[in-house]
Design a protein around this ligand. Structure first.
Ligand code: NAD
Ligand code: MG
Length: 261
């Protein structure tokens, strides 16, 4: 799929990886980009608009954990844009001390936005179909003992997105779903990190691990996400590391399922 002329939605687009995705979508020629974020970043939004005067940049301040609010936001975007072709769900937090908020934002937010995307983009409802990319993490694939709450939400995102990425849905909706799992990336997510871990006794260990991790830039991760948008495979899971996208083979374990279907 070409990105030129397309209408896109990016959650978590006020900062970090999401802002770079929004920026690069505009550079790639997207006609309209809507940013859904709980925060403002007026300085960056002014710059985005100035750099792309003939494209539209719509900013909606909304908490992705708010299901009704997210639905209303999609309704507003659809009305303003006419159609939605691309959704990149990036919004997420790290705070293992707040289990409920982590579940509601990371997992709930992805579910709310993906399900609204399905409703507003589906060919069954007069949409054009398109693609939804959901943000997981390498720690959603490989458990990291210092961050079990965050990791569990990221693992859940992979399963949820693979379910929606079933071709039975695609045939009806025309929407493909993919999951991306970046490795460590330099963003605000690491600010005051050890204050937000659940086991304080692992904090020295955490410092050491964070220090040793090779960290990539948000710009490089965003570039990889744009190339995932152009891929045709439905339900795919990609690791993003070292400026590369690596397709992951999610092999089946449950033999009973094949017999049941
Ligand atoms: P970030 O904190 O810089 O950006 C997160 C963005 O999401 C911010 O703009 C924030 O305001 C927004 N946001 C947070 N809660 C929200 C809510 N409830 N509703 C709407 N918007 C909300 O961090 P980042 O590193 O750019 O993280 C982006 C995504 O990438 C997250 O889902 C994160 O889990 C994931 N990720 C990050 C890394 C990393 O190492 N930084 C690695 C893999 C995956
Ligand atoms: Mg971001």
């Amino acid at each position: 799929m070409t990105l030129r002329g397309k209408n896109a939605v990016v959650t978590g687009g006020a900062g970090g990886i999401g802002l770079q995705v929004a920026r690069q979508l505009l550079v790639a020629g997207a006609a309209r980009v809507a940013i859904i974020d709980i925060q403002d970043n007026l300085e960056e939004f002014v710059k985005l608009r100035a750099a792309h005067p003939t494209q539209s940049v719509m900013i909606i301040k909304m908490d992705v954990a708010n299901k009704k609010g997210v639905e209303a936001t999609y309704e507003e975007i659809k009305k303003t844009f006419g159609s939605i072709d691309i959704v990149v769900n990036v919004a997420g937090i790290f705070n293992d001390k707040d289990v409920q908020r982590t579940l509601l934002v990371n997992l709930g937010g992805i579910m709310n936005s993906s399900l609204s995307a399905l409703q507003y983009m589906s060919k069954e409802n007069g949409g054009n179909g398109g693609i939804v990319v959901n943000m997981s993490s390498v720690v959603g694939l490989d458990p990291m003992f210092i961050i079990p709450v965050y990791g569990a939400t990221k693992a859940g995102i992979i399963n949820f997105t693979r379910c929606l990425g079933n071709d039975k849905f695609y045939q009806r909706s025309g929407i493909r779903f993919a999951t991306v799992c970046p490795g460590a990336t330099m963003t605000d997510m690491f600010t005051n990190f050890t204050e937000k871990i659940i086991f304080p006794e692992t904090s020295d260990e955490t410092y050491k691990i964070l220090d040793r991790l090779s960290k990539q830039s948000a710009t490089d991760v965003a570039r990889c996400i744009l190339s995932v948008l152009e891929k045709e495979k439905n339900g795919a899971v990609y690791v993003i590391e070292g400026k590369r996208i690596i397709p992951i083979d999610m092999k089946p374990y449950w033999t009973g399922k094949e017999q049941a279907l």
